[in-house]
Ligand binder design. Structure first.
Ligand SMILES: Cc1cc2nc3c(=O)[nH]c(=O)nc-3n(C[C@H](O)[C@H](O)[C@H](O)COP(=O)(O)OP(=O)(O)OC[C@H]3O[C@@H](n4cnc5c(N)ncnc54)[C@H](O)[C@@H]3O)c2cc1C
Length: 401
């Protein structure tokens, strides 16, 4: 009998297992994958996420994985660009984009080092329930027969199509249709000035430098155009890059080292996060378009908050339902503005006249540019930044300058 079984061992699951094991809980983490293994995802980690890695003592492992530091972010809107770096209130200015083969392996290893038991190539079939309460899992290892394991609590960290969520019937709410689709690959021989991102009508382009001298280059289209994009990926990809000619030239001068990866499976939703004997973290609990690259950092935050909530209950300080409810309320409140902001961005619609005026004004002011970038990184409050008084203050400051 375990204290906790965590299903899924990537950005949400491994840190949850690590933090619980560090607190002394008997923790089992299972995943159908054998790590290191890639997944469909690009990999910018903004300062909110790197701050978590630093608190856990893992940032150094990313920094020394031959992954370049990102010290500048450019958001280019065609006739103007925002260039800077989000402020870092807790002093962690670093921003990285490690390959998922690198990051997820660091996270899995850290969970095991902390004392969690890892079972790779283990597929969850369903959660076990007794009298309406989840009491464990049933699954199988590769080619093996059914295995049952029991725990006081099962954590679903098994991604957007979570089997845990489906087994317990976790209700979905505030769902919105998929907005974007993406193809990306990796190039050598391309020099970038930090992470370069380009917003064009109905298109998003760009990416960060990553491990081993490679640069990730991605092209985003509206979701409804996926079949067209897929019909000739390479031609459509390069046609998209041409909307940012200087960037396109740099990429064309380099060499594509890997195949194109792509997806249109990008739902936007919240799920009920907990119930008797179960709780959800990461994409299983809350999924949104990757255009703001906030999801790895969000998964880390879930891991920290859920492990504290579980500890509060298991040490007798608060009933489990209350502590998980507090976790759910807090997370839904923390992410709601970002969800709207992201869904808005992901329409790939050109900025309205008001937004264009605000962004061009911001682009001439380094401090405000950094604060705007902080809304994306999660270090500046979106409601505060876009409050009418603050927008007015920025516009007046711009006019005076
Ligand atoms: C195109 C794209 C680009 C992105 N770019 C970024 C970015 O730049 N920055 C960023 O922060 N985020 C980005 N994201 C989002 C990010 O990839 C996810 O938010 C993140 O991977 C979520 O982590 P997770 O651990 O919750 O889920 P996942 O990464 O989905 O991991 C779930 C794990 O559960 C396991 N699992 C699932 N079902 C079972 C089962 N039945 N039995 C056993 N194991 C199971 C899977 O094998 C997997 O390892 C991007 C996403 C996409 C699609």
């Amino acid at each position: 009998m375990y204290d906790v079984i965590v299903v899924g061992a990537r950005c949400a699951g491994s840190p949850t297992a690590m933090l619980l094991a560090r607190k002394g809980y008997r923790t089992l983490v299972v995943d159908q994958t054998l790590f290191p293994k890639d997944t469909i995802s690009t990999h910018i980690i903004w300062q909110t996420g790197t701050a978590s890695l630093k608190r856990w003592g893992l940032l150094e492992r990313v920094a020394t994985s031959n992954c370049p530091l990102i010290s500048k972010v450019t958001f280019d809107f065609g006739d103007f660009a925002l260039k800077g770096l989000a402020p870092a209130p807790d002093g962690v200015t670093e921003c990285y984009a490690p390959r998922r083969t690198v990051l997820d392996k660091i996270l899995v290893d850290a969970a095991v080092e902390a004392g969690a038991e890892l079972r790779e190539r283990f597929t969850l079939e369903e959660v076990l329930t007794e009298n309406g309460q989840v009491v464990g899992i049933r699954g199988h290892s590769q080619g093996g027969s059914a295995i049952v394991e029991k725990a006081r609590l099962v954590v679903g960290a098994d991604g957007a199509h979570s089997v845990v969520a489906r087994s317990v019937g976790a209700a979905m709410f505030n769902a919105r249709p998929a907005l974007t689709c993406w193809y990306y690959s990796y190039w050598s021989g391309v020099t970038l000035d930090g992470a370069q991102l380009y917003s064009r009508p109905q298109r998003a382009i760009g990416g960060p430098p990553t491990n081993d001298g490679l640069v990730l280059v991605a092209a985003g289209w509206t979701n409804k155009e996926f079949h067209h994009f897929r019909s000739n990926i390479e031609a459509n990809f390069f046609k998209t890059l041409e909307l940012a000619p200087e960037y396109s030239e740099r990429v064309r001068a380099g060499k594509r080292e890997e195949h194109f990866r792509g997806t249109a499976d990008i739902p936007n939703f919240f799920r009920k996060r907990h119930g008797p004997g179960w709780v959800l973290v990461g994409d299983a609990a809350y999924h949104k378009d990757p255009i703001t690259a906030r999801d790895i950092s969000d998964a880390f935050r879930d891991a920290e908050l859920v492990s504290e909530a579980i500890d509060r209950s298991f040490t007798g300080r608060q009933p489990l339902e209350q502590s998980l409810d507090a976790y759910e309320q807090r997370r839904n409140q923390e992410v709601s503005a970002m969800y709207d902001f992201t869904c808005d961005f992901a329409t790939l619609a050109p900025p309205t006249e008001e937004t264009r005026l605000l962004l061009t004004t911001i682009s001439k002011d380094r401090e405000e540019t950094n604060r705007y970038l902080g809304t994306i990184a999660g270090t500046v409050s979106i409601p505060e930044f876009f409050a009418p008084e603050n927008v007015q203050r920025i516009l007046s400051k711009g006019a005076a300058a």
